[in-house]
Design a protein around this ligand. Structure first.
Ligand SMILES: C[S@@+](CC[C@H](N)C(=O)[O-])C[C@H]1O[C@@H](n2cnc3c(N)ncnc32)[C@H](O)[C@@H]1O
Length: 278
């Protein structure tokens, strides 16, 4: 499952009714914290219509009944994964990487270990970008946790295989050091080296529910996911994040996201970079 760039004619012709849409809207809000406004009807049908047909169903209401039934739990997971948007790329928002290098790494040169969490990691481009920098600048003095609610993208991240078309943002010296070109059936793909993959711990975690014990972090990347939440959900998610940050811990959000008017637990340092208010 990747980002959906164009609506298929097939799904556009099969939009849910308002009543059907609201059933899914509430379910998605309850399970993921994601709020889909009514204008996203076409997106919902684009994500779900094909699957609904694969289940031999013709109506959204029937599909809804299937996934809320106890016996439909596996299908519910499929549906929820289909509605997440997983667009991502290597070294997205370069200014965050510059800030890490210039302002954060120098503070950790004295031997203390840097703990980092990529909390909406999608298919792995974000955590591997972070991992490349950490391996380059912090020797082995770091730990990187990487999670997403969508298990399918986490599995892709764990494999660490990417089409060559997706690696253009990776600096040349990192490509040489941390990526291997595929041959034979893997021609056209690169794989992140085993050494680097082994340094990253992957797991599924839903930001909308209380976190399991994952320890404390110095840096959390929570980029391009708050955008899908309404303010009350954002506030709760940010409170959970605040609790797992070390004093003076730093939070990175997406450049189109702001915590202004949402919480006072974080103070802005730079655009889309915040420090925990202790
Ligand atoms: C647009 S991607 C952002 C990926 C990466 N952080 C970046 O900025 O490139 C958003 C990710 O948030 C995940 N997500 C959505 N709702 C979530 C939730 N409730 N808990 C955890 N992850 C969630 C999606 O599965 C998706 O992979």
């Amino acid at each position: 499952m990747g980002a959906v760039s164009s609506m298929t004619v097939e799904s556009i012709n099969h939009l849910p009714s308002d009543k059907e849409f609201y059933l899914f809207q509430q379910l998605i809000l309850d399970k993921l914290g994601i709020f889909l406004p009514l204008q996203k009807k076409a997106l919902l049908s684009n994500r779900l219509w094909k699957r609904l047909r694969e289940c031999d169903l013709n109506s959204y209401q029937d599909y809804y009944r299937l996934i809320v039934d106890k016996k439909g739990e596996a299908e519910l997971h499929v549906a929820l994964e289909l509605v997440t948007t997983n667009e991502t790329y290597f070294f997205r928002e370069q200014k965050h990487f510059d800030y890490m290098e210039q302002s954060i790494f120098p503070m950790f040169r004295n031997g203390s270990k840097l703990r980092v969490w990529s909390a909406a990691a999608s298919t792995g481009e974000e955590p591997y970008s972070i991992a490349m920098m950490l391996a380059d600048k912090c020797q082995s003095n770091w730990e990187l946790e990487c999670s997403d609610v969508n298990n399918t993208v986490i599995e892709q991240a764990r494999r660490g295989v990417y089409p060559e078309s997706r690696i253009r943002n990776i600096p040349q010296h990192y490509l040489h050091r941390f990526c291997r070109k595929g041959i034979g059936p893997q021609d056209g793909f690169v794989r992140v080296t085993q050494d680097l993959r082994d340094r990253v711990n992957f797991f599924t975690l839903n930001l909308h529910y209380d976190f399991p014990d994952i320890g404390k972090f110095d840096l959390v990347f929570l980029r391009n996911v708050l955008i899908y939440f309404e303010n009350d959900t954002k506030e709760k998610v940010l409170e959970r994040i605040a609790k797992v940050l070390n004093p003076n811990g730093v939070l990175f959000v997406g450049h189109s996201e702001s915590l202004h008017g949402v919480t006072q637990r974080f103070a802005p340092i730079k655009p889309a970079i915040y420090r925990l208010v202790n």
